[in-house]
Design a protein around this ligand. Structure first.
Ligand code: HXC
Length: 519
């Protein structure tokens, strides 16, 4: 064959690979409002930065007539490219080839890019759209999944791993995303479940739709499996780019820093008025965060899940931070099982990737009751406690209003190695609120008073006394548990100066195999 013929053969093979499962299936993918595996990569990566690996890989199965169904690339597109000039490895599952289902060779392709990413120290981004294990390949497919899972586990905390869910993900296809750091689902076109609705009905008799069982809305609100909800494939992929802008490439690097054009010392008078006079009146903590951070830009994680706590990424003076803040707008910002799990995982992510944590506290306590106790709030609350106590990144805590009881301790208090703990003059740092405290301390005296009006007067008086004595930041400040009481409008500057002070902080935990966090 002449050289030119050989080159033409290459060009023709490349064109064939790019067609995946063929025009018809591509059209069907588009008709569902979904993009193809390669179109997704084009949106995700910087223009012309993608370099593909293993385009000529095919499966090795002969049974079930598969020897007559050979597709170049075998249902997954893999390689590397850049996001804002920084290298990432990518695999993008191609639903047009056997429904994106995973074969042995397909798994090897994914493992290859994961191994390369670990060698180089750069993130892995998985674009998932798969019917799970390729049924015709049997146990070889299961083994392929396990190879990927093992790599997900080894890469955890070393390189960021991000999963987009862009179609049905069933069976084994859901566990690899679950082992990664962030999962982004697309509304109406993506699903995650261990077993589909038909199996559910057979085994349990329960009748559910795909959407009800594992749709993007469900996983973004009820289960928390998904960290972000996107309107469509494009928004999903652009969210990855945004998320990446806050993250370092690996755990030995600092997060990227950008030039900040927002004055670091601006005074935000609005913050002086932010806390309502009535301690039971809610406000939106996102309003406070938006005032504090660079250019009001806050990328909230898990926005629709456990809304009584708010977590996400922002920048102070151009540097990435993770923000954890109680959200008084929902259930008064109380800590419950879901909020504890959500925040604990976020704190651990930030700590693993050298992202300082800024904590904004306004928490009435842990949610009481059998629902929480039976669900194991003790263990789940302990997760957050553990995460903060274990974290060695810079930790700056601002108490805005309530900080009561166990929740005070949990929310990055001084003794959990909070580096800088500031409070606003509106802070109330105590064992419990006045109502509960008076009931406990004055119970026997209150019961002795028969006249109802007199009884109420006594309670009011005792509550006022308690509030005057304890519902302020100065008792904690007296003991040095709060480093300073600051004017709210100065908060941005105090946080930025604090983070700069802590930039070279070194804190090392004792050597061990690993900790035993209460899972
Ligand atoms: C082989 C598969 C496949 C699979 C889909 N296809 N899933 N081929 N193995 N797992 C093929 C179909 O035969 C079809 O081929 C094409 O992909 C598109 O599938 P459709 O069913 O036509 O598409 P759709 O209606 O959109 O439904 C998508 C789906 C459904 C919801 C994913 O296909 C489905 O339920 N698949 C099975 C899911 C599942 O139970 N997987 C097993 C997981 S077990 P043609 O030629 O017609 O285009 C597992 C264990 C791993 O993963 C455990 C590790 C821990």
């Amino acid at each position: 064959m002449a050289n030119q013929d050989k080159i033409n053969e290459l060009i023709q093979k490349r064109a064939e690979a790019k067609l995946g499962g063929g025009e018809k299936r591509i059209d069907s993918q588009h008709a569902k409002g979904k993009l193809t595996a390669r179109e997704r990569i084009d949106i995700l990566l910087d223009d012309n930065s993608f370099e593909e690996f293993d385009m000529f890989v095919t499966h090795r199965t002969k049974s079930f007539g598969l020897d007559k169904q050979i597709y170049l690339s075998d249902g997954v597109v893999t390689g590397h490219g850049t996001i804002d000039g920084r290298i990432v490895y990518v695999f993008s599952q191609d639903f047009t080839v056997f429904g994106g289902s995973l074969s042995e060779t397909y798994a090897l392709k994914i493992c290859k890019v994961m191994d390369m990413a670990m060698k180089i120290g750069v993130p892995v981004i998985g674009l998932n759209d798969s019917g799970g294990a390729r049924i015709q390949e049997g146990v070889r497919s299961l083994a392929g999944y396990a190879e990927i899972f093992q790599r997900n586990i080894m890469a955890s905390g070393v390189i960021p791993q991000i999963s987009s869910i862009l179609g049905p993900c069933a069976g084994g296809a859901v566990y690899s995303p679950a082992l990664t750091d962030f999962t982004i689902m697309t509304d109406q076109t993506s699903y995650m479940f261990v077993t589909g609705p038909k199996v559910v009905q057979t085994v349990t008799g329960e009748v559910v739709t795909t959407e009800q069982l594992g749709g993007a809305q469900i996983h973004s609100t009820k289960s928390g499996v998904s960290h972000f909800l996107a309107e469509n494939d494009e928004e999903n992929l652009l969210l990855i780019r945004k998320l990446m802008s806050y993250l370092p490439s690996n755990n030995l690097e600092e997060p990227p820093s950008i030039v900040c054009d927002d004055p670091i010392d601006r005074l935000d008078d609005i913050l002086n008025e932010m806390i309502p006079e009535n301690a039971n009146q809610p406000y939106d903590i996102v309003d406070v965060i938006s005032v504090l951070v660079d250019n009001g830009e806050f990328t909230e994680v898990h926005r629709n899940y456990a809304r009584n706590i708010c977590v996400g990424f922002a920048r102070f003076n151009g540097r990435s931070v993770g923000i954890v803040a109680n959200q008084p707008k929902y259930y008064a910002g109380v800590l419950d099982i879901e909020a504890s799990r959500k925040a604990a995982r976020f704190v651990r992510f930030c700590d693993a990737f050298n992202i300082p944590i800024v904590t904004l506290v306004d928490v009435p306590g842990f949610l009481p009751g059998t629902g929480q106790e039976y669900g194991g709030i003790i263990l789940h609350g302990a997760k957050l406690l553990f995460a903060y106590g274990e974290a060695t990144v810079p930790k700056v805590t601002i108490t805005l209003r309530k900080s009561y009881g166990g929740a005070h301790d949990v929310m990055s208090c001084k003794q959990l190695r909070g580096d800088l703990n500031y409070a606003w003059p509106t802070a109330e740092i105590a064992v419990m609120g006045a109502k509960g405290a008076v009931e406990v301390l004055e119970g026997s005296n209150i019961r002795k008073i028969e006249d109802a009006e007199e009884k109420q007067e006594y309670i009011d008086k005792k509550e006022d006394e308690y509030n005057d004595k304890f519902a302020n930041p100065y008792v904690a400040a007296k003991y040095g548990f709060i480093d300073d009481v600051i004017e709210p409008r100065n908060t941005r500057f105090r946080i930025i100066r604090g983070l700069e002070l802590l930039a070279n902080k070194k804190e090392v935990n004792p050597p061990k195999k690993h900790s035993n966090i209460p899972l």
